[in-house]
Ligand binder design. Structure first.
Ligand code: GUN
Length: 294
């Protein structure tokens, strides 16, 4: 039987620790970390994430500075708002929820966030630091989803060194930083993507599988080596028919029922990676606060 890795529980532990730490920081400095949450437009999934991030931040004692802007906001207006947040003393972290509307250059906006306030760890300077650092120094702002995946992997207590890892997906948000983190753990890392040949064969050789492609149940049960660890980053909404009724269901990028027959540990969807992403955002905001107030 495969162990089910409960991101929900691990994230709760992390949030409890952060809540305690933030209360101690408040006693010491008279201040609490501040997180600016910027959403442009009303993409439904973004609204769900922003709401969950805001709720969790407030619960651990972070002050949330909310900027929900209309879809028509221009790039110049958004850059101005980010510029103001960069200069605002009560703001330690800035999160600009992606995707942005098509008329706004996303990278330009991410580049405009002050690297010290980069709650997502997406600024080129922080991406560079992650790539250069030989270990995960406690001051680094690391992209939340892959860092959450790493915490879950490390929580299993297995030695990651020398393990074959496949990261499926090469996004800046997940795939690339995940590969960097696994490399730092001395894994042998393959990044597979839509043009990769023999992805199934590479996967069959992997001790660790991180799937982040956004394709429902793409990774099949027989792609999984016996005893492999699976981290499923995908959150895909599909419709299924149950007793003649059409229902919505969330599924990952991995065929959970089949893959869990071979794996030694696997994250569920939902309740796996999702809660960890949010907890790591709160962690980054607290790190940014501590870096400023040390
Ligand atoms: N959109 C999807 N995932 C993320 C994330 O981790 N951060 C931000 N800012 N936007 C996202």
């Amino acid at each position: 039987m495969s162990k089910i890795i409960s991101g929900k529980e691990i994230a709760q532990d992390l949030r409890n620790k952060l809540k305690k730490e933030i209360s101690e920081l408040k006693n010491k400095t008279g201040k609490v970390p501040g997180l600016a949450v910027v959403q442009v437009g009303n993409v439904a999934a973004s609204s769900v994430y922003v709401k969950a991030k805001t709720k969790s931040a407030i619960e651990v004692g972070i002050e949330v500075i909310d900027h929900h802007l209309p879809e028509e906001t221009t790039e110049a207006e958004l850059l101005k708002i980010v510029g103001n947040l960069n200069n605002q003393n009560n703001v330690n972290g800035i999160l600009v929820q992606l995707p942005l509307p098509k008329h706004i250059n996303e990278q330009l906006v991410l580049d405009s966030i002050h690297p010290d306030k980069d709650a997502d760890g997406f600024h080129p300077l922080n991406v560079g630091k992650l790539s250069i650092a030989s270990h995960n120094d406690e001051n680094l702002l690391i992209p939340c989803t892959p860092y959450g995946c790493l915490i879950m992997l490390k929580g299993l207590g297995v030695n990651l060194s020398g393990k074959n890892a496949i990261v499926i997906g090469r996004s800046n948000i997940v795939g690339k930083p995940m590969a960097q983190l696994l490399l730092k753990e001395s894994c042998t890392v393959t990044i597979a993507h839509s043009r990769t040949k023999n992805i199934e064969e590479i996967c069959k050789n992997a001790d660790i599988v991180v799937a982040a492609v956004g394709r429902p149940k793409m990774v099949k049960g027989d792609w999984i080596k016996k005893g492999a660890i699976i981290i499923d980053v995908g959150i895909n909404r599909i419709t299924i028919e149950v007793e003649g009724e059409i229902k919505n269901k969330l599924v990952g990028d991995v065929d959970f029922d089949e893959a869990s027959k071979n794996s030694s540990a696997i994250t569920p969807v939902p309740g796996g990676v999702g809660p960890m992403t949010i907890a790591c955002l709160l962690r980054n905001t607290t790190i940014a606060f501590k870096n400023k107030n040390r």
